[in-house]
Design a protein around this ligand. Sequence first.
Ligand code: 13P
Length: 249
Amino acid sequence: MRSRFVAGNWKMNLSKEEGLALSHSIAKQEYKKGTQVVICAPYIYLDELAKITSSNSNVSIGAQNCHFAKSGAYTGEIAAAQLKSVGTEYIILGHSERRTYFGETNSIIKDKVDAVLDEGLKVIFCCGEVLEERESGRQEEVVKLQLQEALGHLDASSMKELVIAYEPVWAIGTGKTASSDQAQEIHKMIRVWLADTYGSDTAENTNILYGGSCKPSNAAELFAQEDVDGGLIGGASLKADDFIKIIEA
Ligand code: 13P
């Protein structure tokens, strides 16, 4: 049985004071057994957030990126081992904002996936098509290539450390959510890809999240889809009430 999984991606938002208050609100809440909540915050808050969330076994801490090297002369970068040393358990990789603004290719993301798995951390791997690709009906082809090029080299046992987030880029921060049918269609395709690539156990046990303008008013319908196991939440994860409502959905 797959767990239910909701991760908040704060992106480059919130002061330290706001972030600590928000994570206190999330950590003091009780969640149903089998619900995994992850708070993906800016690097500099992770150390303290990990202490706050350690009181709640349903809640973990995640980073939003890392470097692919183990250590070395990479001014301004952060290694997976450093994130691990402050209590980080998950790292988001391949987010469309990293792909678009920082030139991350499938090949760079593949190296980062390997670096994170080498440290024994877990990956929230993002994939998704841009509007133009959706309008020309190429969404399945694009997502499959992202999966193949960044994850295709892994074995089934490494896949246990991965969560996949389908985030159609046209739905991120736009208020334009994918319909539950559109989400289910791609989630199903991802699960079939997992089955073909790693076998049916991996396909059955991998969490596939939806991300893109997910909010309290649409979370329940999206999460009711057979292959939607939860969400990766941007804007609505910045408010305790909204985020908790989404988790409860
Ligand atoms: P929004 O929920 O703000 O659309 O962001 C989604 C996202 O990019 C999460 O990683």
